[in-house]
Design a protein around this ligand. Sequence first.
Ligand code: ATP
Ligand code: MG
Length: 426
Amino acid sequence: MRYQKLKGMVDILPGESEHWQYLESIAQKVFNNYQYHEIRTPLLEQYDVFARSSGDSSDIVSKEMYDFEDKGHRHVALRPEGTAGVVRAYVENKLFGPDHIHPYKVWYKGPMFRYERPQSGRQRQFHQIGVEALGSDSPAIDVETIAMASDFLHELGLTNYKVVINTLGDQQTRSAYHQALLDYLMPLKEQLSADSKERLTKNPLRILDSKDSQDQEIVAHAPSILDYLTPAAQEHFEQVQQLLAALEIDYEIDANMVRGLDYYNHTIFEIMMTSPAFGNKEMTLIAGGRYNGLVAELGGPEVAGVGFGMGVERLLLVLKQQQDNLPAPNYPDIYLVAVDQSSSLEVSKLLAQLRKVGISAERDYLDKKVKGQFKQADRMHAKFTLAIGEQELKEHKAQLKRMQDGQQVEVDLTKISDLITKVQEG
Ligand code: ATP
Ligand code: MG
């Protein structure tokens, strides 16, 4: 029997995992500056948490969920996205209460699961980093999330991205627009794709998001939601734009942009980028928006919410395209070479001392000859080597060799601080 990983699942191996750690550390740093705190919710939830929040007619719920009955006959599902679990936790832990700071601002990272057809950039287990701010209606917090997303990309050294915004308005806007869209699309029904014909009765707004080219042509002439905004929705959208301008964040408005999930209203946004990583096509890196109905939908009070999510795999594809933006790999600062059996113990002791002060140090564990150990140090890109044998131990002196240029300096083995300083100086 040869075991293989499941279709659409990926191993993230050393060499690659460092990139993930780097990206996650930047997220943590930027989000901390904005006072968002990390939340970790279960990967497995009641099926209804997702069905309720994403909407039964969404692709995620109707086609892509990993759901099953557990041994206790509960209908459960692996999370397909992060927001529903966060909102479930918010309601269940009564985080809307007076003991907590509002808006309640969190971020998360981790695997998501969708049973899709795997292809480049599309997996069945993939990863998202996301943020949610719960408990504020203010357009300022919509803009804060956009600014934070943009800062995050900047910190990663990415600049050639585009912020696109739209509004889905409030309930009243949505129903008025829904009708206008139906009036426009109904006579064109026979020209729509099979999927969109179905959407026509279930959720016509989703047709705006269709990937079918014929649908897209029809959609291009559809009425604009911006003509159906209530005064309140209009005001909210205008304030968002004023604030974006004040923060000098460039943006475009795309009146046809909608979200795949049912719970969004008011501001929605995407950050897009064209990169050779995507065959020079434009791709969405970060997508988010406001979802004022969701907390109540999941059994909580009428509390507003706004957030975004990003696909980590997609972001890493872009970063790898621009290698300069990725950090140097984690090479050892020093490799200790044990010249003979008798010095092995001393090498281990020295190794422990160096590691204790934060120096990344390595040695041989395969009984390699001296030559083999140096070869290994080279292969690992060790910055320095230090060979220790009987003679070095007797004289309490050894030669610290800088691998890059072969330069050697003598270190006093009775004074570990001497060695530490020289290694740290590089
Ligand atoms: P798409 O239209 O590409 O299917 P989506 O609307 O389903 O995207 P969201 O639910 O908004 O995507 O998820 C946010 C991000 O998560 C996407 O922009 C993408 O980067 C990433 N993502 C979504 N599904 C997958 C997947 N199956 N594999 C890898 N990344 C994914
Ligand atoms: Mg999808």
